[in-house]
Design a protein around this ligand. Structure first.
Ligand code: COA
Length: 319
């Protein structure tokens, strides 16, 4: 038995900053950002909006879309690198907001591969028969981690949440391949403030990145892991109806599409509207595709995530 996605939901902050707004803060411009990244705007959390409230908004929308009540959820996993609180975990905060009182709740951090890793984890629990209905959500308030004076990073990221309700009721195969390369983790970092400053210097608690190295990693490893998954499942790119990639940069998605050899239309993008929302991006675009009617029941979809860790992976689902 594997988990079928019964419904999806997403939630983004009310405030939206276009590239011209960022050009008032750092030396950049709309043309450069659009050309190098494909990003036109990003949502930025206000005072009342936290990772937990965005996650809860996405979860409520996903439950409604699935026709499932909060009480029916028995596993709730939040993927995030930007929890508002370390304890309680964001998943427990979400549980309290949405009333998923019967759920077991925990957070996962796999950076931009987070949604994929959380879905894989939920699928493993469902396949074992441990839980029946899971709620998987990727949620971020990266605006709290971004150095708004660093034009190399602040233009890229955005806030938001995307969720999926997954129930063990399918006979279709769920397949996945994941990898991590901790030795290269230094190219994309964000330190925790949890340090004894009597002994150590305060580390940089903002996102720091060697953009070129991350770019090279993504355009080589993402096609590689997708091809590994397809080979494992005896499939070719032609058998796949849609490749839903983590939205980090339009040029990365375009390059992966070329290397995989699939029709470019099979690689949807929404990065122009949201920027890179890390753990949330796959859930948000999946929700848009679902609500637009693009995903047909029975179609084969490859999800692919990649980012800090470094970690990357691809999963095959049947819609
Ligand atoms: N606006 C204007 N100019 C900028 C700029 C900005 N926001 N950021 C950098 N530049 C400048 C650089 O200083 C450099 O100037 P120079 O040639 O005078 O030195 C020039 O633009 C080119 O910089 P470079 O870093 O080579 O640009 P790039 O084409 O590699 O694009 C990224 C930079 C960050 C957009 C790109 O490397 C990238 O997207 N990397 C992957 C990042 C990512 O996806 N991270 C998350 C992974 S989950």
């Amino acid at each position: 038995m594997t988990g079928k996605i019964l419904g999806t939901g997403s939630c983004v902050p009310a405030t939206c900053w276009d590239n011209n707004k960022l050009a008032e803060m750092v030396e950049t411009n709309d043309e450069w950002i659009k050309e190098r990244t494909g990003i036109a705007q990003r949502h930025v959390a206000g005072k009342e909006e936290t990772t937990a409230t965005l996650a809860a908004g996405a979860c409520k929308a996903a439950l409604e879309n699935a026709g499932v009540s909060a009480e029916e959820i028995d596993l709730l996993i939040v993927a995030t690198v930007s929890p508002g609180m370390l304890v309680p975990c964001t998943a427990c905060e979400v549980q309290s907001i949405i009333g998923a009182d019967n759920a077991t709740c925990f957070d996962m951090n796999a950076a931009c591969t987070g949604f994929l890793m959380a879905l894989n984890t939920a699928q493993a629990y469902l396949a074992q028969g441990i839980y029946r209905t899971a709620l998987v959500v990727g949620a971020e308030t990266l605006s709290n981690l971004v150095d708004w004076s660093d034009r190399g990073t602040c233009i890229l990221f955005g806030d938001g949440a995307g969720a999926a309700v997954v129930r063990a009721e399918s006979e279709d195969r769920y397949a996945q391949v994941t990898h991590s390369t901790g030795a290269k983790g230094g190219v994309l970092t964000c330190a925790s403030a949890n340090v004894n400053t009597d002994v150590k210097e305060m580390p940089n608690t903002h996102i720091q990145m060697d953009g070129g190295e991350v770019f090279k990693f993504a355009v080589s490893k993402v096609p590689e892991v997708i091809n590994e998954l397809l080979a494992q499942e005896n499939l070719t790119a032609d058998d796949i109806d849609c490749f839903v990639l983590h939205q980090a940069n339009a040029r990365i998605v375009g390059s992966v599409a070329k290397r995989i050899g699939g029709d470019a239309e099979k690689f949807p993008m929404n990065i122009a509207k949201y920027g890179n929302t890390s753990s949330a991006s796959i859930g948000i675009i999946l929700d848009e595709l679902n609500r637009s009617g693009r995903l047909k029941r029975g179609s084969k979809i490859v999800l692919a995530g990649f980012g800090g860790g470094l970690s990357y992976g691809a999963s095959l689902i049947t819609w």
